[in-house]
Design a binder for this molecule. Sequence first.
Ligand code: GDG
Length: 483
Amino acid sequence: PGPDSVAPGHFDLVVVSNRLPVDYELDEDGTESWRTSPGGLVTALEPMMRASDGAWVGWPGVADREFEPFENDGISIVPVRLSTEDLELYYEGFSNDTLWPLYHDVIASPSYHREWWEAYVQVNRRFATAAAASAAPGATVWVHDYQLQLVPRMLRDARPDLVIGFFNHIPFPPYGIFAQLPWRKQILDGLLGADLIGFQRLADAGNFSRAVRRLFGYSTRGVAVDVPSQNGQHRRVIAKHFPISIDAEAYEEMAKRPEIQERARQIREDLGNPKTIMLGVDRLDYTKGIGHRIKAFGELLADGTLSVEDVTLVQVASPSRERVATYMQLRDEIELAVGRVNGDYSTISHTAISYHHHGYPREEMVALYLAADVMLVTALRDGMNLVAKEYVAVRYDGDGVLVLSEFAGAADELKQAVLINPHDIDGMKASIMKAMTMPKRERTRRMRALRRKVFDNDVATWSAAFLQTLTGGAAVPSGVPEN
Ligand code: GDG
């Protein structure tokens, strides 16, 4: 049956995201298994999913394989099939080479290809069909992120009985940039199928409402958008910001484990016990400003303000989207820059930049956060940036300085960080020095304020706020964790 004639399923809460919260694993001896990938979103939604008969619809991470729905850790998993070609056109193409750069202020130039768009429509339809077939009558469906912006409309057409929410994890661009998109109207119309559209920042919600006014002429008031329906009536859609967060307590708990603290000490020692350890943790992505950070650090070494005897920059650049050409180029650029700085300034005993193109276990990330005196988050544009919040959650010792780009959504909340404009290299150098030389009392005062922010709005608070707004409070699935 087509998506317009789907029989309802039996789940009261359906989460839809490109990637499922489980990874498919195939051992050398051919044994197949599923491993839960412990993201913040899963942690936040798990209790509600368990309490309210929830299902998660998404792609299991292997191409060209059909899997039957199954249960994992009390959550029903509904796998959506993606072919190798879908991955090339819908995922690497339209999602990561059209929408990603467009929504991040065209830091890289977006490619517009009609075949990519067609695949995006087709794959969105597949997700919508799977969600519609899973949702019970009147169920709540929560769709996530830029890969699935057409799903809300497709779902509403197939199942007008559903309550539909959408959350955009990345920025929503200003109209002057969004307007480049050849399919801008279809995307807005897709999103407007939802009852609630969530964004990271107030500015993102504003950009969205402005685009709706410009392209459709619908009237908007505050967070409300009135979408005309056939009979001269309006359907009210809410577009509002809900800044995402992390499971702050879980990070703090890990930071307090003796073996992780021992590992942090070990890291410092292995780096030669420098006076200051600076840290960057990012997916290797052009939005993260890794090159700008290395330039500032290199200049501080070049002009003698810093010496490798005293300072080391640890940069974790986890592998990302390695089949997209822009990302291959970026890797070459970053590794050339790192090699130059290390070639010029490292000594046999002291490395200027300890660079790691690896993904690490979460425990190792926490040990790194603990070991770092200064955390550098220098994104050119970022929806939120969870790394900034993780660093803060880990520093229960009240020490450590967060240097944070104004262009990360996190800067709207984390105002007691040392805020920087990463495009201003001199300004960034001055801020790095300020962070390095900040008196203990000021470090503690700022960290305490930052921690309050992160613990007051953790990921459970975030998801509860979104779902309560979506369902008007009443129909919120029971078991919403209290904070
Ligand atoms: C998107 C938006 C928004 C990184 N390397 C390793 C590792 N990580 C973890 C971090 C953090 C996560 O990955 C990255 O989250 P960010 O928020 O920093 O950035 P994006 O991946 O771009 O996420 C972003 C987010 O969605 C949520 O809405 O904040 O703006 O772009 O948790 O710790 N984790 C492990 N090993 C690594 O090597 N274990």
